[in-house]
Design a protein around this ligand. Structure first.
Ligand code: NAI
Ligand code: MG
Length: 491
């Protein structure tokens, strides 16, 4: 057996240190179900050390640095990230199982996030507010302080970039708590921080268990803000335990996105999008087009062709260039997805593709791309986030019904719609309660376009200039220009 990839030190305060009360844990390759790496996990005391280091960085050179110097460091960070993208894609494919063609495209674009926020780092202007000739009022935007970035396992490097890039641009210090299922790639950020000369403590990397390292970050009085991506139930727990110290929060949570195909659409293009949006990342994406709403006249054709496409998806080993869909990222997610195959059948949905494990591919966590037709929106497979490659197809009659079904969900992250009628496109988009609505495209996500959820899908926005708001406080300074203070109490 090949030697395990080793990453047995945490990165805290600019140093590589052994865990104090964490552990050295094995990381499983989901395509084989066996360990491929070992990684350091932080415990409670390790988080405490990281918070101290981050606070010291805010008081030290990082907190006093000019914005152009900070922007310069972040540009170098972006370049170093880009230079390593190909290597990082391989690590991520091994740790989380997404196919190399997907991680290469994904991670190949992350440099843009770092570049984009590097370019905003020296543009954090305030406003001068005209109000009265005797008063000079202005705003200053200041970093919120120490940020705990709690990231998931489905797209570890992407979700980390979305938090680290704007947080550093805002002048915050960050502790990255990578997920226990995918701890390996976060350490690459530590090596980059070291190589480009970020001051010690500005970026700390401490993977660990959610209920230990994650919970400690949330409870720690020295952490000012938690930026979290994951399940809404975890976010609820974070709000409860973060209430004691009144933390700032931003959340990117799940979705059950409606993907609507009207009968005047270019059905061929819509089908391309329907298949890729339902099966990308083996279904482990918050933006998944997991509810496909199809208008009466084209319903049978769409169901038949989507099922055929599902059957043609090349499921296989993540590092095989031909693979389109890899395994589920970990055993617990595999069990969850398999349970929903059974739930869909029990609820009376019509299984037209997949619905089973791919044991022929070995002990890895492989499943088939799955399509359920004749789903009604009250079924669990239409209401609950599965996070597996499962498309629930729902029939609708007209625009009003499509909108009603689309919004009948606790989530509100993304939505898609296909129509050639420009009036209908905007009319429907304006009625959908979601942070992103794609028209005649799907999953078009970029650094400069705000992204986040309505309702139970989140709080705040990532990407775009909006993301900086998550990491900044606004101070209003109000100056009396007259030298006299006169009010009811003055003599
Ligand atoms: P999770 O929300 O438990 O885990 C996400 C991150 O939160 C991990 O780093 C984990 O260690 C951390 N965490 C867990 N409990 C914590 C706590 N009490 N305090 C602080 N941090 C904590 O999500 P999980 O259990 O891995 O996945 C369950 C489901 O959540 C998935 O099947 C999927 O439906 C959804 N999910 C959605 C994601 C998204 O992109 N919006 C990402 C991951 C999961
Ligand atoms: Mg959990």
């Amino acid at each position: 057996m090949a030697a395990l990839h080793r990453q047995d030190r945490l990165f805290i305060g600019g140093e590589w240190v052994a865990p104090l009360d964490g552990e050295i844990a094995e990381s499983i390759d989901p395509s084989t179900g066996t360990p491929w790496a070992v990684a350091a996990f932080g415990g409670v005391r390790d988080i405490d050390r990281a918070v101290d280091a981050a606070r010291a960085a805010m008081k030290g050179p990082w907190g006093r640095m000019s914005v152009f110097e900070r922007a310069g460091l972040l540009r170098r960070f972006a370049q170093a990230y880009e230079a390593q993208a190909a290597e990082l894609a391989v690590l991520e494919s091994r740790d989380n199982g997404r196919p190399i063609r997907e991680t290469r495209a994904d991670i190949g674009a992350h440099g843009q996030w770092y570049h984009y926020y590097a370019a905003l780092a020296d543009k954090l202007d305030g406003r001068a507010i005209p109000i009265d000739p005797t008063i000079h009022a202005y705003t200053t935007r200041v970093p919120v302080g120490v940020v705990g970035a709690i990231v998931p396992w489905n797209a570890p490097m992407l979700t980390t970039a979305w938090k680290v890039a704007p947080a550093l641009a805002a002048g915050c210090a960050v502790i990255v708590k990578a997920a226990e299922q995918t701890p390996v790639t976060a350490f690459a950020l530590a090596r980059i921080a070291e190589a480009v000369g970020l001051p010690p403590g500005v970026l700390n990397v401490v993977p660990g268990h959610g209920h230990l390292a994650g919970a400690r970050l949330v409870a720690h009085p020295g952490v000012d803000k938690i930026s979290f991506t994951g399940e809404h139930r975890t976010a609820q727990e974070i709000v409860r335990s973060g209430a004691t110290t009144l933390k700032r929060f931003s959340f990117e949570l799940g979705g059950k996105s409606p993907h609507i195909i009207f009968d005047d659409a270019d059905v061929e293009q819509a089908l391309n999008a329907a298949a890729s949006s339902a099966f990308v990342a083996c279904g482990q994406s918050c933006a998944l087009g997991s509810r496909l709403l199809v208008q009466d006249a084209i319903y049978d054709r769409v169901v038949e062709e989507l099922a055929a496409r599902a059957g043609r998806v090349r499921v296989g080993m993540p590092l095989d260039e031909a693979t389109q869909m890899g395994p589920q990222a970990h055993a617990e997610q595999l069990e969850k997805t398999l349970s929903y195959f059974a739930i869909g059948r029990d609820e009376g949905a019509r299984l037209v593709a997949g619905g089973r494990r791919r044991e022929d591919l070995g002990p890895g966590y492989f499943v088939t791309p799955t399509v359920f037709a004749d789903v009604t929106n009250d079924m669990r497979i239409a209401q609950e986030e599965i996070f597996g490659p499962v498309c629930s197809v729902i029939r609708f009659r007209d625009e009003d019904e499509a909108v009603a079904i689309a919004n009948d969900t606790r989530y509100g992250l993304t939505a898609g719609l296909w129509t050639r009628d420009v009036g209908r496109a905007h009319r429907v988009a304006n009625q959908i309660a979601a942070g992103t609505v794609w028209v005649n495209t799907y999953r078009y996500i970029r650094w400069s376009i705000p992204y986040g959820g309505f309702k139970m899908s989140g709080l705040g926005r990532e990407n775009g200039p909006e993301a900086l708001d998550n990491y900044l406080e606004t101070r209003a300074t109000v100056v009396n220009l007259t030298g006299r203070f006169a009010d009811a109490y003055a003599t």
